[in-house]
Design a binder for this molecule. Structure first.
Ligand SMILES: [Zn+2]
Length: 304
């Protein structure tokens, strides 16, 4: 007879690799400190590019085998992060990567962009009923940077919260991934001289599709001690992230902090106690009473 840990965190991401790039340190931090971390990935990432030459023919336009291959990459990434509970929304292959906004792949009958919102949210609701997470992480309404699957992941996750609220089982807090403008500013400056500059052609943070004013950030999760786990998880997604990527040189330029610190805005729930000029929380579970009604009755009854 097993019970789930008292702290339960659910993450809803669009493609394999988003979990590692966007929230890898946070996932590793909570897994390492005994929380139950559930990752839900909405698509297999079939439309991705392939940066491993010998696998190039797996691409969607040729063998169309990339999605299946990425299941293995995601499994390796989760292992690196210490995350054991991973699911695909509706089961592996239910929803297809929609590709970039405006492409014909948006119209594929299985494209996640075409998903029926209530049906897709229903799959997530089933997972919420089982795991009873107190905290959920997904993207903002622009999907952080505008990819249709990220926007759809936001819509599905927030619809699932509505459905869960009606059942009285909604997470107490919902966070959206975010990047403070001050951190982007620092990145812009640090990369000016870099040969592989992700900000090439960008003069100001105002030109980027993301960037949140610092006062609007709710939580700063310092998982600097997990930066190596995050980097290992990113390297597990070798088809997607070239070994020479700026994502790795970022670690060299900023040290472990840039890799290991992640930021969130709070979309649902009450902000807990924080610190610094804007009262940023340092724990996503801050302010929650974990022994109260938030606790999973399933887990409390020792039924699983
Ligand atoms: Zn993605």
């Amino acid at each position: 007879m097993t019970t789930l840990p008292d702290r339960r965190l659910l993450l809803v991401h669009a493609h394999p690799d988003d979990e590692s790039i966007g929230t890898g340190s946070t996932m590793a931090h909570y897994a390492a400190t005994g929380a139950h971390v559930t990752l839900v990935t909405c698509t297999l990432g079939e439309e991705g590019e392939i940066h491993v030459p010998e696998l190039a023919q797996l691409v969607a336009a040729e063998a169309d085998q990339l999605g299946g291959y990425r299941i293995g990459e995601l499994a390796a990434a989760c292992a690196a992060l210490g995350v054991t509970d991973h699911r695909f929304l509706g089961g592996a292959g239910r929803y297809r990567d929609s590709g970039m906004m405006g492409l014909a792949t948006n119209e594929h009958p299985r494209a996640f962009w075409q998903a029926d919102l209530d049906e897709a949210a229903g799959h997530l609701l089933e997972i919420m009923r089982e795991v009873r997470p107190q905290v959920m992480i997904t993207y903002d309404d622009n999907g952080f940077y505008g990819h249709p699957d990220h926007i759809q992941a936001h819509r599905v996750a927030m619809r699932a919260v509505e459905l869960a609220t009606a059942e009285g089982i909604a997470p107490a807090k919902v966070y959206w991934t975010a990047m403070p403008r001050s951190v982007l500013d620092a990145g812009l400056n640090a990369f000016t001289e870099a040969s592989d500059n992700p900000f090439a052609g960008i003069d100001s943070v105002d030109d980027l599709p993301f960037g949140t004013p610092d006062p609007e950030i709710a939580a700063r999760i310092d998982a600097t001690d997990q930066h190596a786990a995050k980097e290992a998880a990113m390297r597990a997604h070798a088809t997607q992230i070239p070994a020479t990527s700026w994502l790795y040189s970022i670690a060299g330029n900023f040290g472990a902090e840039f890799m290991g610190v992640e930021y969130f805005t709070l979309a649902v729930g009450d902000k807990g106690p924080g610190n610094g000029p804007y009262g940023w929380e340092d724990d996503l579970f801050a302010g929650l009473s974990l022994d109260g009604p938030d606790r999973s009755p399933v887990a409390a009854a020792g039924l699983r």
